[in-house]
Design a protein around this ligand. Structure first.
Ligand code: SAM
Length: 294
């Protein structure tokens, strides 16, 4: 019986057998600690009826632990060189499907239909390539993929921004974009020593639990996200000044922005980082109404 993939010895043996060289440009830092992997999988709360979607299986360290705990695993890997490795390391787990695709370009619904048919409970679990963490998470959220929760290893600093609360230095448009769809929580910080090669940055595991409804109801989602971005455009500026400088030109813009802030009950001298998501929702609805009038 083989040892788990995620041990330093077995991982080195696999890398050597295939003469594998890491591609920094693909964010390849492989996990070599089974305890950490088990904790990640625990947070996904899988049962033997669940399906797991993984982005970037590498040599299969996390994939193997997922396979032990759920009914089916679907994993997207961009690097063709890893396909023969995965076919070898995951050979004991026929309920794992590896798809050779860039996750950002993949038709994920179609792959779910093909490989996870009939499974109602889906979790996304991944040790993400750090260079594309945000676009991958945003794709899962904006495409409304049918998952219950995401448990994601990422750069610690990005995790802090994602889970940040109003009034903190990390709070910004990324916090709001993700907390609009999910409840976000940092569940673990992870030392560099559990990866080969060791990354330059610290890591954290973030759990995103999908909300049944978005955190706030807004009249126009696109406009809401645009206003959030504008309010954080220059963090040291007040929301009034950010809105005046970034919104399209128009007659009496300052008065109209001030009127909308007034109706939303928001002090124009506040900074974006102090506004709760509900306040951004009120503000964008008021601005939308006002800007529609012109
Ligand atoms: N899951 C493995 C582990 O924990 O040891 C590997 C994680 S490594 C941080 C990231 C993996 O994502 C690499 O295998 C890399 O080739 C793959 N990858 C990078 N960009 C990708 C993309 N756009 N789509 C799918 N896989 C990608």
């Amino acid at each position: 019986m083989n040892k788990d993939i995620a041990t330093p010895l077995r991982t080195r043996a696999i890398l050597e057998k295939y003469g594998f060289t890491f591609k920094k440009s693909l964010g390849q830092n492989f996990l070599i600690d089974t305890n950490i992997l088990n904790k990640i999988v625990d947070y996904a709360e899988l049962t033997n009826e669940s399906g797991a979607i993984e982005i970037g299986p590498g040599i299969g360290a996390l994939t193997e632990q997922l396979a032990k705990r759920c009914k089916k695993v679907l994993a997207f890997e961009i690097d063709q060189r890893l396909l023969p490795v995965l076919a070898d390391t995951l050979q004991p787990y026929p309920h794992v499907s590896i798809v050779h695709q860039d996750f950002l370009k993949a038709d994920v619904y179609n792959e779910i239909r093909q490989h996870l048919e009939g499974i109602d409970d889906l979790a996304i679990v991944a040790n993400l390539p750090y260079y594309v963490t945000t676009p991958i998470i945003m794709k899962c959220l904006q495409d409304h993929l049918p998952f219950r929760s995401m448990v994601i290893m990422m750069q610690k600093e990005v995790g802090s921004r994602i889970a940040a609360k109003p009034g903190t230095k990390d709070y910004g448009s990324l916090s709001i974009a993700i907390q609009y769809y999910t409840e976000a929580e940092i569940v673990m910080t992870v030392p560099k020593t559990v990866f080969i090669p060791q990354p330059n940055v610290d890591s954290a595991v973030v759990k995103l639990t999908k909300r049944k409804q978005p955190a706030v109801q807004v009249k126009d989602e696109e406009f809401f996200f645009k206003i959030v971005k504008i309010c954080f455009a220059q963090r040291r500026k007040t929301i009034l000044n950010n809105l005046i400088s970034q919104l399209e030109q128009g007659k009496e813009k300052k008065e109209r922005v001030q009127g909308a802030l007034d109706r939303a009950g928001i002090d124009p001298s506040r900074r974006g980082e102090t506004l709760a998501i509900e306040e951004f929702a009120q503000l964008s609805d008021e601005l939308l109404a006002d800007f529609h009038k012109s």
